[in-house]
Design a protein around this ligand. Structure first.
Ligand code: GLC
Length: 623
């Protein structure tokens, strides 16, 4: 039991400590984000702190030729392993780090983490081109709500989506990540998606602003576009999305526009985007985009991702030598902090790291059926009743659920068409299935390894000897042929054997149609494609054609839901399938030409070479 004098001493000590604490607290007048005004916080920031906020922590993928994080940043563990980018925290001022993650078809993060027992899968939703083919903004909104809940559950602040460049030419490598050739559809779909995502209290990044309609030399290509086409086509969709859905951020694009990098264009990012359209969020660069960090700051490209040390040095130097004004830097910092205030990281929102994948799968399946387009259905071929099916085509057994590159999703599974059919009591010819599965495995085993994010070369279609056809046609009620086309970031598509069919695909359609029709059996083609392909030369040979696009991880079930009539196919084309490639107005100029001998504007692994894309077709894109 303490003596009276001891008790008095303890009380005195406690009182003194309390007074000290109050004094320290009173003296610690450092402004705190959220308690003090943004202006006060900015005023308290050093130049180094301001630049740290605006230049990201570096690229988390170790890719030769691409600058990585600083030694200091390398030491800070990632909050969400595999996310595309993160910003520096400034704890002194109560500013948290933000996490930004791709992409348009689902959250792209590492599904397996070093030393973790659980997994971190996200749902692989249908591609945007399929969503647009629903012509239903509620479908886009529904995907946004579901995807945004997974962004929130993983503790991510900003989803780097929607991508919404105009599908200027059917060979555009990233068309699968975009909605349409039409700016009104693209704008309305993007706005609905942004609203859906942001109802979860997380942000979006409408991208790639602007006129980035090809992959060829994308980081050094100059898009030469007339004012009318620019306004009515390439900018209109972004204008609709910005004005109707207030995305937290806009991502500037890699390319130059009429001679100036979009990320360095004050006309685009300040005069148009902010002063004319009233955009209130911040602009983030594409990864390693542009070639002049100071010009980006001046133009109103507020944040540089993923961030490289040389950008920090250049900006600080420019502030010190006066070529970048303090006011411009502070303006950019304010914009970013106003978004940080909205972020889950700032609000310390708890997150489970375990999104509701069952519900995500259900949304993926149902929305996938909404965007499938029944291009042809003669002689009541569809709906199909459960029966024995001769199932042809690699993609029948190895569904292409989404495109490759940053717009890919690390999916837990993909339901193939044969699995979807089997689940609904269809009987697949077993021997043919075995042949396909073995052939696909062998062909894949022979493929050379591909660099991260790159699309593996497609495998050749398996040839089916015609003497097999008689037997198959005799034993099966119907023939289904799936034609697959993958597509991805970094590379545009080709005309030969990509837009057009390969010789094996042609002969497969010929022989299947001839033998099955001779026995009064129907032939159905499913298009599992990321963009348009040539159909005019063969569509009369078959009875039905269903365009399934790249339908996400539940694709096999969704296709069968439509084939059986469980869901009435209501999708419509939102992008043109040209009869022949040469009918495309930009066929002559796409994807532009290299400028031989020109000095490289940017040097890194993905940079390509200086090039020029002449949009001389003007407004004549698509229909
Ligand atoms: C990529 C893409 C962009 C993506 C970003 C982060 O290169 O152009 O769409 O969000 O880098 O992965």
């Amino acid at each position: 039991m303490l003596k009276r004098t001891d008790r008095l001493n303890w009380i005195t000590l406690a009182a003194v400590m309390l007074v000290m604490f109050r004094l320290v607290e009173a003296q610690d007048t450092t402004p705190q984000l959220g308690k003090n005004s943004v202006r006060e916080v900015v005023a308290a920031m050093t130049t180094e702190e301001k630049v740290k906020l605006l230049v990201g922590m570096g690229f988390n993928e170790d890719i030769p030729g691409l600058p990585g994080p600083s030694e200091e940043d390398k030491k800070i563990p990632e909050k969400v392993q595999g996310a595309a980018g993160r910003t520096h925290a400034i704890p002194r001022l109560g500013i948290p780090s933000l996490t930004l993650s791709d992409g348009p078809a689902g959250v792209r993060i590492d599904p397996v983490r070093k030393g973790a027992a659980k997994t971190y899968y996200a749902t692989g939703f249908p591609i945007e081109t399929l969503i647009a083919s629903s012509w239903d903004t509620d479908v886009a909104n529904r995907v946004g709500v579901a995807m945004g809940s997974e962004v929130r559950d993983f503790g991510i602040d900003i989803l780097l989506a929607p991508a919404m460049n105009i599908q200027r030419n059917p060979l555009g490598g990233r068309n699968f990540e975009y909605y349409s050739e039409d700016p009104l559809i693209a704008g309305k779909m993007a706005a609905a998606f942004v609203k859906g995502v942001q109802t979860n209290g997380v942000g979006t990044s409408v991208k790639h602003f602007a006129v980035n309609s090809q992959e060829f030399n994308r980081m050094q290509s100059n898009s030469l576009v007339g004012e009318r086409a620019l306004r009515e086509l390439y900018l209109k969709g972004f204008e609709i999305a910005v004005k109707e859905s207030h995305p937290w951020t806009v991502m500037s694009s890699y390319n130059l526009l009429n001679g100036t990098y979009t990320s360095q264009s004050e006309d685009l990012l300040t005069t148009l985007l902010r002063n004319e359209w009233g955009f209130k969020g911040f602009v983030v660069s594409d990864w390693f985009g542009g070639n002049d960090a100071v010009a980006q700051m001046r133009a109103g490209n507020d944040m540089l991702m993923p961030g490289v040390p040389s950008q920090t040095e250049d900006i600080i130097k420019a502030i010190n030598d006066g070529t970048l004004s303090k006011e411009q830097l502070d303006r950019n910092v304010e914009r970013v902090l106003n978004i940080v205030l909205l972020s889950p990281s700032f609000k310390h929102t708890t997150f489970s790291e375990q999104p509701d994948l069952k519900s995500g799968a259900q949304v993926a399946r149902e929305t996938a059926t909404e965007g499938m387009v029944l291009l042809k259905n003669d002689n009541h071929t569809l709906p199909l009743a459960s029966s024995k099916v001769a199932l042809f085509g690699n993609a029948s057994y190895d569904l292409i659920a989404g495109g490759t590159g940053s717009g890919d999703v690390n999916k837990q599974y993909v339901v193939s068409l044969d699995q979807g059919l089997t689940a609904r009591s269809f009987v697949i010819d077993d021997e043919l299935k075995k042949n396909y599965l073995q052939f696909i495995a062998e062909q894949k085993a022979k493929r050379p390894p591909v660099a991260p994010f790159m699309m593996p070369p497609p495998i050749a279609e398996m040839a089916v000897p015609s003497d097999r056809m008689e037997k198959l046609a005799g034993e099966s009620a119907v023939a289904i042929i799936t034609l697959g086309r993958n597509t991805g970031e970094f590379v545009d598509r080709q005309v030969e054997n990509d837009f057009t069919l390969t010789a094996i695909e042609r002969s497969l359609i010929e022989s299947v149609s001839e033998v099955f029709h001779a026995k009064g059996k129907k032939v159905l083609v499913v298009l599992n494609v990321g963009g348009p392909l040539e159909v005019a030369s063969w569509r009369e040979k078959v009875d039905a054609v269903l365009l399934a696009w790249l339908p996400g991880q539940e694709g096999g079930h969704a296709i069968v839901d439509v084939l059986t009539g469980k869901v009435n196919p209501s999708g419509k084309l939102a992008t043109t399938f040209p009869v022949s490639y040469n009918d495309v107005p930009s066929a002559k100029t796409f994807p532009g030409k290299e400028l031989p001998g020109a000095k490289p504007l940017v040097v890194n692994t993905f940079a390509g070479k200086p090039a020029e894309a002449l949009y001389d077709e003007g407004i004549y894109v698509g229909y």
